[in-house]
Design a binder for this molecule. Structure first.
Ligand SMILES: C[S@@+](CC[C@H](N)C(=O)[O-])C[C@H]1O[C@@H](n2cnc3c(N)ncnc32)[C@H](O)[C@@H]1O
Length: 383
């Protein structure tokens, strides 16, 4: 498309330059795909989060093609290196988006596509990444699955408008797409805590699964014996989670945390590692999500600031705050979450505080996940 006919062409070219300059896009074939596929077709309405743009913190800006479609403002936002939220549920939680282009580029390059490969994408969302894959591999080679029927239908239409016709399937991506299997590559754009067994059985021996497991990005190689193994690449990645139904049934964090405001048993302890390695520590977030799956961890900005752990499945919770050199812990339920968290942190300190990329993951033929620290030989079967 020439620039004269396609007002978005300069914005697309600028996005490619940004991704190249950020060191995440070097493969000429992916460069060509990003330079050609029109992202604005896949995001007719979206919300962009501008970090720290007002006194309250982040600012949410809404864009609608119907009112601003061809304008520079709309195109600049559509081709920004930002994730663009396209759906929210009734409680205001984001449920679908076009992922950040930098992250897409990192994942597409890590996928190590070879000529003639077939790919299954989990989480069609807007269809933009499916379009990038289809542009490179052709209609027949790409299958994409989306759990929400409306989102799947919109994506299929957008793909057709852009001239792409991969197989768009509506269903639970955890089951894969058996009728189109086996695949050379599976790429998941919604996060998981465990790799669903179907992804391994539906990947050819020697094939690869690229997924966001906990807060880490990992490429797993599948063997003929039905195992999969790989090294984590990087941490601090938090895709929307894979869920079973059309919408995410997880209640908002504020409702989960409300459990921890009840009556419980109170004790004093001098163990304060949990406060020393607080939230948003990339390795702690990664390890606690993997080793304590289903446990929510947050901090209440009250006086005194209070650390909260909740496990809705067992009804266990703990809330804790510093009091001089001590920590006052109030807790309830069968699990002693404050101590479980201390054990996770202590194990990590004893290993020399490795980074996310120092860990590997092996899934054995029974589906058990083993988190490993290859340098020390440490390994732990995950629950
Ligand atoms: C971050 S968005 C995907 C971005 C997308 N690849 C794109 O290019 O726009 C995550 C998507 O995964 C979908 N999803 C969540 N759970 C799923 C599941 N079990 N199976 C398939 N899709 C799922 C969500 O509905 C959402 O649309």
């Amino acid at each position: 498309m020439s620039t004269a006919l396609d007002p978005a062409a300069p914005w697309r070219a600028e996005l490619v330059t940004t991704l190249v300059n950020r060191g995440v896009l070097s493969d000429p074939a992916w460069r060509e795909a990003f330079a050609t596929v029109p992202r604005e077709v896949f995001v007719p309405r979206f919300t962009r989060r501008l970090r720290g743009k007002n006194e309250q913190g982040d600012q949410l800006v809404h864009y609608d093609h119907a009112t601003g479609g061809g304008t520079a403002e709309f195109l600049a936002a559509a081709y920004s290196d930002d994730s663009l939220v396209t759906r929210f549920n009734a409680t205001g939680t984001a449920t679908s988006s076009s992922s950040q282009p930098s992250l897409m580029a990192i994942m597409l390059e890590a996928l190590d596509i070879q000529p003639g490969n077939t790919v299954l994408e989990i989480g069609t969302g807007t269809g933009y990444q499916a379009a990038l894959l289809t542009h490179r591999l052709g209609d027949d080679a790409v299958t994409t699955i989306e759990v929400n029927p409306e989102i799947a239908a919109d994506a299929e239409q957008a793909l057709a408008r852009a001239g792409y016709h991969p197989s768009v399937v509506c269903g639970n991506g955890a089951d894969g797409v058996p009728v189109r299997a086996p695949f050379d590559r599976i790429i998941a754009t919604c996060g998981v805590l465990r790799i669903p067994p179907a992804w391994i059985t539906q990947t050819k021996p020697g094939g690869k699964i690229l997924a966001n497991v906990s807060f880490g990005l990992i490429t797993l190689t599948v063997t003929a014996e039905g195992t999969a193994t790989g090294q984590f690449d990087t941490g601090s990645i938090g895709f929307m989670r894979l869920h079973d139904g059309p919408t995410d049934p997880t209640p908002p964090l504020r409702d989960i945390v409300a459990m921890a405001r009840g009556e419980g048993a109170t004790r004093r302890t001098t163990t304060r590692l949990q406060l020393d390695y607080p939230l948003f520590h990339p390795v702690m977030d990664f390890l606690t999500a993997l080793i304590l799956p289903g446990v929510h961890r947050t901090e209440l900005l009250i006086d005194p600031p209070t650390h909260v752990l909740v496990d809705p499945a067992s009804g266990s919770w703990a809330r804790a705050h510093a009091d001089g050199a001590d920590v006052v812990v109030t807790e309830h339920g069968p699990r002693i979450l404050w101590d479980e968290l201390a054990n996770v942190i202590t194990e990590w300190i004893n290993l020399g505080q490795p980074d996310v990329s120092d860990y590997s993951l092996t899934i054995d033929a029974t589906g058990t996940h083993h988190l490993c620290h290859p340098d020390s030989g440490w390994t732990r079967a995950l629950p």
